[in-house]
Design a protein around this ligand. Structure first.
Ligand code: ADP
Length: 675
């Protein structure tokens, strides 16, 4: 702990305090405010010797009042002070003052003054005569003050160090282990390290010593063990119904959510919400907001759930602005949960895109468990919206991420749950899953799966650049990032190979369907990708009433191929807005036409036929199968596909189809056509 000064960054200032009326109605806050005023009057921020503050009887009385008034955070502060006193210090003023500074930071715009006051106490606590109180003061300083103002990861590490310094009674040691593992969890520590540390601390606590803190630690160990080993060690978190400790309910919230017990998670969330205070450690607050959002996203038709979910997401976003490396992925995951909960549409690429970004960011920040939750989230979106083509890929990514983190128990649990026979899906899920075939697997696989390793490659490349540009380049971490890039490249290669496999798939059932609806679904599916690539999509669907008889999946597959090609063709365009126009137009009494036009570089006249040849590709990593499959599909339906030049730039692909197609590639006995 060499740190002696903390740069106060006004951009990191805590959120505005609640309105004065509300604060005044809380007696403990009013008492803290009085004490704070006295401290300010005592000459802060030039304060040099915090214990002398106690010599001022008015101030001492005000501090006393502040910590005695109200249940929370008064009760919490009192507990802390009592614990510090029991552990040995003669004078708890230093600790009390740091706690007051934390309240001031959170509630009274304490800002720079509160920072300086707490910092002074921390410096003072390192003097020999304050050794007994040093651990508690440093922990409070790092946990409650630094983590609100300094970079979170840095504050978290300091907090961890302070926790380890603080010796004391079993209760203190147990609470510190809970906080320490919480912080290390956020920083992405491997599960085995967390479990090992928590168990070692628990073993050091004398047998039979049970308190709120030790039962919190027991719950945490049980959760880690269940994640590491699986259902062989079932556990029920034991939280007394009247437990006044936020951390107890937080542990219960995490554990019950992970086991899929939404009702219990909701109850734990409600209990935890009551116990959030201005001095709740940020490491716990962040986890609370994340699991709060994930729990609320699982609730259907519960009044107020949407607003509460939004509040959790916003809180995480506020943290992410200050500490993107720690809270960025969590905020994106909460956003994905919010979008998923809101997405009643047939496909929900917005939620998928947020899951993908969350996972990529978590991976780049080394938070494997958050990446795993994000991939699980993406798989959940696929199940709910019938995107069976992308589902196996996302599940595999989730399992890989859990495995990376060391959560082999979670891997076993999920594999068991995902192998469950279809009869265990509810009716809604079955209907959606049955719609899987309506969206071309080829396109989905390309759009979502290849896109993911690409996003991860970009993030790792940015990280590598950062490590190398440092004053003292961090070669180890840069090499790690490069290794990740190689792994992602391999993953993308595997996907392309599996896409080739998919390309050989057999024909699909035919049915009557509304052409424009099917076209709009494809547009919606690729919209997020286009937004990311800065491509504007204009749709002109002029056949709202027109039903056609064809293989819906295959027609959608053709469109996905054409749109992905157009997006790729536009990647090199920088001198004009990138545009794609997707149209459906009548082409005669029994014909319809689909058009995909882009304003990219276009195709030379000599190549316009060759592009339909199998394996012809001008892209470094192209497969050259998209257009040949598309032509085969269209011709099997009795239609034609052609390419011309678009004016003034680009390519125009026209697909003309008979309203009643000849057939799908192969007649199917499972035809859904009853027309
Ligand atoms: P791939 O995309 O894997 O190369 P495709 O069969 O889908 O395979 O496309 C073959 C080739 O057609 C592409 O490599 C590209 O040269 C050309 N092409 C397809 N669509 C477009 C487009 N919209 N603009 C320019 N060139 C295109």
């Amino acid at each position: 702990m060499n740190r002696t000064t903390v740069p106060y960054d006004p951009a990191c200032a805590p959120p505005a305090p609640p309105d004065a009326g509300a604060a005044a109605s809380e007696p403990h806050i009013a008492a803290c405010r009085r004490a704070w005023q006295l401290l300010c009057d005592a000459g802060m921020p030039t304060l040099t010797d915090a214990p002398q503050l106690a010599a001022d009887p008015a101030l001492a009385a005000a501090l006393q009042d502040a910590f005695n008034a109200g249940r929370l955070p008064g009760a919490l502060i009192e507990t802390e002070i009592r614990r510090a006193l029991l552990d040995g210090p003669r004078d708890a003023t230093l600790l009390a003052t740091v706690l007051l500074a934390a309240v001031a930071l959170d509630r009274f715009h304490g800002g720079r003054r509160a920072m300086l006051l707490a910092e002074t106490c921390a410096v003072r606590a390192r003097h020999d005569d304050a050794r007994a109180v040093a651990g508690a003061v440093l922990r409070a300083h790092a946990t409650l003050v630094l983590s609100r103002c300094a970079p979170l990861r840095e504050a978290a590490l300091l907090q961890a160090e302070a926790c380890r310094l603080e010796a004391g009674r079993p209760d203190t040691v147990a609470r510190n282990a809970v906080l320490w593992t919480g912080v290390r969890l956020l920083c992405g520590a491997p599960l085995a390290e967390l479990l090992h540390y928590a168990e070692a601390v628990r073993q050091s606590v004398p047998f039979g010593n049970v308190s709120v803190a030790t039962s919190q630690l027991d719950s945490r160990i049980a959760m880690f063990r269940a994640l590491a080993d699986g259902p062989r060690t079932p556990f029920v978190p034991t939280v007394p119904a009247d437990a006044m400790q936020f951390g107890c309910w937080l542990g219960c919230l995490q554990a019950t959510w992970l086991r899929g017990e939404t009702g219990a998670a909701r109850a734990a969330l409600a209990a935890a919400r009551q116990l959030v205070t201005p001095v709740t450690p940020p490491c716990e607050l962040l986890t609370y907001h994340l699991f709060g959002a994930l729990t609320l996203a699982r609730l259907e038709n519960v009044p107020g759930a949407t607003a509460a979910l939004r509040a959790h997401r916003r809180a995480l976003q506020a943290w992410a602005r200050r500490a993107p490396d720690v809270a960025g992925a969590m905020a994106l995951l909460a956003l994905a949960a919010e979008r998923d909960a809101a997405g009643a549409r047939a496909s929900n690429p917005g939620a998928l895109a947020a899951c993908e970004r969350a996972a990529a960011q978590a991976q780049a920040a080394g938070q494997a468990w958050i990446a795993a939750l994000a991939w699980e989230g993406a798989a959940g979106v696929c199940v709910r919206h019938g995107l069976a083509g992308a589902l196996p890929g996302y599940r595999k990514l989730a399992l890989d991420a859990w495995r990376d983190w060391g959560a082999h128990g979670r891997v076993r649990d999920l594999m068991q749950a995902w192998d469950a026979p279809p009869g265990t899906l509810d009716h809604d899920q079955q209907t959606r899953a049955a719609r899987a075939g309506t969206v071309g697997e080829l396109g989905i696989t390309i759009a979502h799966e290849v896109n993911q390793p690409l996003a991860a490659i970009l993030l790792h490349a940015a990280a590598a650049r950062r490590w190398l540009r440092r004053g003292q380049p961090d070669m180890t971490r840069a090499l790690e990032a490069l290794e990740q890039i190689t792994a992602c490249g391999r993953q993308a290669g595997d996907i392309v190979r599996s896409v080739r496999g998919l390309a050989r798939r057999e024909g699909e059932a035919t049915s009557m369907f509304a052409l424009d609806t099917a076209v709009a679904e494809v547009a919606q599916l690729l919209r997020a990708l286009m937004v990311r690539q800065n491509v504007q999509l204009e749709t002109r669907l002029l056949l709202p009433e027109r039903q056609i008889h064809a293989s819906r999946a295959q027609i959608q597959q053709v469109l996905i191929n054409l749109l992905l090609n157009a997006i790729e063709a536009l990647a090199g365009v920088s001198d004009r807005p990138r545009r794609i126009v997707l149209e459906s137009v009548p082409a005669g009494p029994a014909l319809v036409e689909l058009r995909v036009r882009d304003n990219g570089p276009g195709i030379a006249p000599a190549d316009r036929e060759r592009i339909f040849d199998a394996l012809y590709s001008t892209k470094p990593h192209g497969t050259g199968v998209g257009l040949s499959i598309s032509r085969a599909i269209v011709e099997a339906h009795g239609g034609r596909i052609e390419c011309t030049a678009a004016e003034p730039h680009g390519a125009l692909f026209r697909v003309v189809l008979p309203v009643r197609s000849a057939a799908a590639l192969k007649p199917s006995t499972e035809s859904r056509d009853h027309a």
